[in-house]
Design a protein around this ligand. Structure first.
Ligand SMILES: CC(C)(COP(=O)(O)OP(=O)(O)OC[C@H]1O[C@@H](n2cnc3c(N)ncnc32)[C@H](O)[C@@H]1OP(=O)(O)O)[C@@H](O)C(=O)NCCC(=O)NCCS
Length: 315
């Protein structure tokens, strides 16, 4: 047996709030449509802040809450596809900004909205081989840069934010037992890149995403439980990617998850992609809804058709 536990989590969202009423002034939409279809009321957009600023704030909070010093970190992974530079990566900018030792393994992972799950699983594997047993794992996105303001179906959905978790590896801890999937899909949901002449932009077939998500979520939850030998009752809290309130509601109803065992912050932040799961972890610790010994199920799904789930315990 060996695995990781979460020792602390932090998050940051830039101060500029964009409400549904603000969007009504620039696109043909309305609060009733956005709220009833998605659950989103506001989202935060960067103005002066950089992606690195968001990462630094979230990571500093996570380190403080964990009581861990930068020099104790052996692995630093940022899940993102919207960092300040294509190179250097966001994790190495954190190495500089936080003063992580220069032999810390620092790199970024892109698995869109499921990125944090891929990153925390990778950190668990790498920490087993690291001389320092603490890892710093982030999900951070500045999606406001990629919004297509001509497309009312997507421009209302996304926000900017970063979330971070400090994890500790120990040979006595249980593994996350992460189940991670992808089926490369460049049409359903994504962001264009260097294969396109125009600047990067979000594209999405909303109904396809919805159908995909409502199947992917329960299927990977079942797989994660089977892999870890746990039942739904062994889970203290469910942390869903915050893409759409209706997708979360369907999963909650299917498993009869009581209200005190799950959390939604999509109303405030919109869809922050890779940041959404660690943002929830951070808010849950602030609210005292999870604490030492709490076992949480992390569930992610999204762009490029990637999805997965994992069970993580708080130290
Ligand atoms: C995006 C989503 C909310 C759209 O809801 P929907 O009921 O499928 O809506 P449709 O795309 O079928 O569009 C229905 C109508 O609303 C309109 N519409 C789209 N966006 C709108 C907006 N922001 N405001 C008002 N009307 C809008 C459409 O133009 C369409 O109008 P029409 O019937 O006159 O053609 C829904 O598909 C969804 O939640 N999908 C999952 C998205 C998601 O979670 N993405 C991230 C995954 S990580």
């Amino acid at each position: 047996m060996s695995g990781i536990k979460i020792c602390g989590a932090g998050h940051y969202a830039p101060p500029k709030l964009v409400s549904n009423a603000d969007l009504e002034k620039i696109v043909d939409t309305n609060d009733e449509w956005i709220t009833s279809r998605t659950g989103i009321k506001t989202r935060h957009h960067c103005v002066e802040e950089t992606h690195s600023d968001m990462c630094r704030h979230a990571a500093q909070t996570a380190l403080e809450r964990a009581g861990i010093k930068p020099e104790e970190i052996g692995v630093c992974i940022v899940a993102t596809f919207s960092s300040d530079f294509l190179s250097p990566n966001a994790a190495s900018l954190l190495q500089r900004d936080l003063g992580l030792l220069n032999d810390t393994v620092c790199f970024d992972i892109n698995a869109a909205c499921s990125g944090f799950l891929f990153a925390i699983h990778t950190a668990e594997c790498l920490l087993a081989a690291s001389p320092r047993k603490y890892g710093l794992v982030l999900g951070a996105e500045m999606l406001s840069r990629f919004i297509n303001w001509e497309d009312r179906g997507t421009c209302v959905l996304f926000g900017d934010a970063a979330g971070a978790a400090v994890v500790e590896w120990n040979e006595e801890y249980e593994s996350l037992g992460a189940v991670l999937h992808c089926e490369g899909d460049s049409e359903m949901l994504g962001v264009t890149g260097s294969g396109h002449k125009a600047p990067p932009q979000i594209f999405m077939q909303g109904q396809q995403v919805f159908k995909f998500a409502v199947n992917a979520v329960p299927s990977c939850m079942d797989q994660a439980l089977t892999r870890s030998g746990k039942t739904i009752d062994d889970v203290d809290f469910f942390v869903f990617h915050q893409a759409n309130t209706r997708i979360i509601d369907l999963a909650v109803r299917k498993y009869h998850i009581p209200e005190e065992k799950y959390y939604k912050n999509i109303e405030k932040y919109g869809n922050t992609s890779a940041a959404s799961i660690p943002m929830v972890l951070s808010e849950l610790t602030e609210l005292g809804k999870v604490g030492p010994g709490s076992r949480v199920m992390l569930v992610g799904f999204g762009g490029g058709r990637a999805w997965g789930a994992a069970l993580a315990e708080f130290k």
